[in-house]
Ligand binder design. Structure first.
Ligand code: DGT
Ligand code: CA
Ligand code: CA
Ligand code: ZN
Length: 585
């Protein structure tokens, strides 16, 4: 697309934002939004349409918008933008790029709480005032808080974290199912299947747009119900087999969801196609071709005859392959492995026996040890490890040795009271600037497990510090080994991961797969390499609130993408074995 197209689209959407912020006529707001979207989606070169005086012939561009586009080419600006943004603090509307923040929310925050910039916004989130505004609430504020976590001032890249996208799609599919089953008696719908596809099904760490695939015997009703869901802010397109919508800001903000409805006998083929990745699809198509077959979104064909399409299994099988889990479909060697029948038996989503990194109210968590233990039941865990911060992490209210002893006593009491979950006593001990850890050996040796992490001095010889920590006789796990935050921070400077992975294997120190949505640290490729070098892992959530225990599936997904099996992951082992594994010598 030409840069001028992009710039005009950007101007139009900024005008739309400003008008909506000022609560102007929705019709006018939508005209600008639609024009912006049309320009972005079409590959037409506006400049040449302008030169031939044919702007109005572009579908979706009316007389008013044509004038504005012409004005841009004549004067290099659109006066309406200055007019629309008059009185709004400079840069303020950039806050709309934060996921979860829409013009209405922003207006409310501006009028009622005098929010004028990012710092103000963070403040009213932290002090709870935003949540108390009419129509806001904890849930919406939570989405915004996560949005801020990945918002970078140089322009948010527009991708959702997996941890944000997954609940969104699940909620949409859930409402679709409910609404369809109510209508089922009326429309005679049956055999409905609705399933996420695209990068979300592959559990990629960030998601561009959301793809949903459905089948059933009444396309029209499925599409109609989808486009009328309360989560939908704007319908971009709605045809007979496909619809695209934008989500309302409360449901994730301006993210696109594509729904496609397909024939039941093509469902497997369509699911395979729309799950991607593109690179996997291309490899698969090449393989089909070498077998004299043709594969597309409606099936696998031999000449004109369809020989598979109902399920993914059937298609892979017909091509002589086992079914390949979506998390592996990145063209990273999975098709070659499948051909040799050597795909790893990936760790399953219910294989984890206990979370090995959880914070309680003793440091910067919010819950009591008893509450955490009770919450662990929901996950069918056998154990859960409390690993609060150590004293150097003063910002996180890190524990002194005396507080750690007090906590150990409380853990004993909770274990007496709650029989079906074992609470393990641990710590997330800081790796200090010289590579020593923050507690002496005689304290650490009394604990069930020790996670060691870097929380300060990111620029300061991180590799050496981590290597030294792995030599420590009581350090069992390196927490969030790279320190990266997705979209915000690269991680510790100059890290030599090859050295670290080798040392992990050699010293029997596990590497953490931290499941926090903006961490996912190690990531998929790092996991794959660490495994090749002989390292072992734990998957943990780093929870600070009970609902964060849910993050575990993000870590498991990442482990699967890295090709891990159950036995690579130490906290898949039953309690007695896990405790033994947490002894180095
Ligand atoms: P995203 O949305 O950027 O996170 O990534 P995806 O993988 O969800 O990509 P998306 O939404 O553009 O398309 C969904 C799937 O559809 C993609 O994974 C594979 C399939 N697909 C899309 N375009 C093409 C294409 O040009 N060729 C092939 N073979 N497959 C495609
Ligand atoms: Ca997608
Ligand atoms: Ca898509
Ligand atoms: Zn940490």
């Amino acid at each position: 697309m030409s840069d001028q197209n992009k710039e005009i689209a950007e101007i139009f959407s900024r005008i739309a934002d400003a008008l909506e912020f000022k609560n102007e006529n929705t019709f006018r707001v939508n005209a600008y939004r639609r024009a912006a979207r049309t320009i972005l989606d079409s590959s037409l070169n506006l400049k040449s349409f302008y030169e031939q005086d044919k702007l109005q012939e572009i579908p979706g561009i009316g007389a008013g918008m044509s004038l504005k586009i012409a004005e841009y080419f004549k004067t290099s600006q659109v006066k309406k933008l200055a007019e629309a943004t008059r009185g709004i603090p400079p840069g303020f509307l950039n806050l709309l790029k934060i996921q979860g923040v829409g013009p209405k929310t922003l207006r409310l925050a501006y009028e009622k709480l005098k929010v004028k910039n990012l710092d103000n916004l963070k403040k009213v989130i932290d002090n709870g005032r935003l949540a108390r505004l009419p129509g806001m609430g904890e849930r919406k504020v939570d989405i915004i808080a996560r949005g801020i976590a990945i918002f970078s001032p140089d322009g948010y890249r527009g991708r959702l974290l997996l941890g944000t996208a997954l609940p969104l799609v699940e909620e949409i599919i859930q409402s679709l199912r409910e609404k369809l089953s109510i209508k089922r008696c009326i429309y005679g719908l049956n055999k409905i299947r609705i399933i996420p596809a695209g990068s979300l099904r592959r559990m990629q760490e960030t998601i561009g747009d959301l793809d949903i695939l459905a089948t059933g015997d009444s396309y029209r009703e499925i599409i109609e119900i989808f486009t009328r869901l309360p989560q939908v802010k704007e319908i971009l397109a709605a045809g007979t087999t496909k619809a695209s919508v934008l989500l309302s800001s409360a449901s994730g903000g301006d993210h696109q969801v594509d729904l496609r409805v397909v024939e039941p006998d093509s469902f497997g083929a369509a699911l395979l196609y729309f799950t991607g990745s593109k690179a996997h699809n291309i490899k698969l198509r090449g393989l089909a071709k070498s077998q004299g077959l043709k594969i597309n979104a409606s099936g696998l064909f031999s000449g004109a005859k369809k020989i598979a399409g109902l399920t993914e299994e059937e298609i892979y099988r017909t091509m002589g392959l086992p079914w390949i889990p979506p998390e592996l479909r990145e063209d990273r060697g999975e098709i070659e492995l499948a051909r040799k029948n050597k795909l790893p038996a990936l760790i399953q989503y219910n294989d984890i026996k206990g979370d090995s990194h959880v914070h309680s109210h003793y440091s910067d968590g919010f819950n009591t040890i008893e509450a955490i233990a009770r919450a662990a039941r929901k996950y069918n865990y056998e154990y859960i490890a409390i690993t609060d911060h150590s004293r150097s992490a003063s910002y996180a209210r890190g524990l002194s040795p005396a507080q750690l002893i007090k906590q150990a006593e409380e853990i004993k009491l909770v274990n007496k009271k709650i029989k079906d979950i074992t609470v393990l006593g641990g710590t997330e001990v800081d790796i200090l600037k010289d590579g020593q850890v923050d507690f002496p050996e005689d304290v650490l040796k009394q604990l069930d497990l020790v996670v060691a992490s870097i929380h300060s001095g990111f620029q300061h010889e991180a590799t050496e510090r981590i290597l030294r920590a792995m030599d420590h006789p009581y350090v069992n796990v390196i927490g969030h080994p790279t320190g990266r935050l997705i979209g915000q921070r690269e991680g510790y400077a100059g890290l030599d991961l090859e050295k670290i992975f080798k040392k992990a294997a050699q010293t029997g120190t596990a590497l953490e797969i931290n499941s926090f949505p903006d961490r996912l640290d190690l990531n998929d490729l790092q996991i794959k390499r660490a495994k090749e070098l002989g390292a072992r892992f734990v998957i943990s959530t780093d929870s600070h609130r009970l609902e964060m225990l849910d993050f575990i599936r993000l870590g498991i997904a990442t482990a699967r993408r890295g090709g891990l099996t159950k036995k690579d992951v130490l906290n898949t082992y039953p309690l007695a074995e896990f405790k033994k594994l947490m002894k180095k010598y």
